[in-house]
Design a protein. Structure first.
Length: 76
């Protein structure tokens, strides 16, 4: 199955001094089968990766010049 990723940029949320976890959680819970979530962040979200791994999500990270892309998906 090919996973279709939705993009979610948390950098503006973090820049405002707000915790992005509630919005990330809502985006994760809204995923349909075959969908994944790509999060753009200014740093590697290691705690989030560990938390979602415990919920059955796989992840892959990409280092970019301006931050990180972290892809989350479940094998269906």
């Amino acid at each position: 199955m090919t996973v279709k990723f939705k993009m979610f940029d948390v950098r503006p949320i973090i820049a405002q001094g707000t915790e992005p976890l509630p919005e990330i959680r809502a985006a994760i819970e809204a995923l349909a089968p075959g969908e994944g979530l790509t999060i753009s962040s200014p740093f590697l979200p290691a705690p989030l990766i560990e938390k979602l791994a415990g919920e059955g999500f796989r992840s892959r990270v990409e280092r970019l010049s301006g931050g990180w892309l972290t892809h989350f998906w479940r094998d269906e």
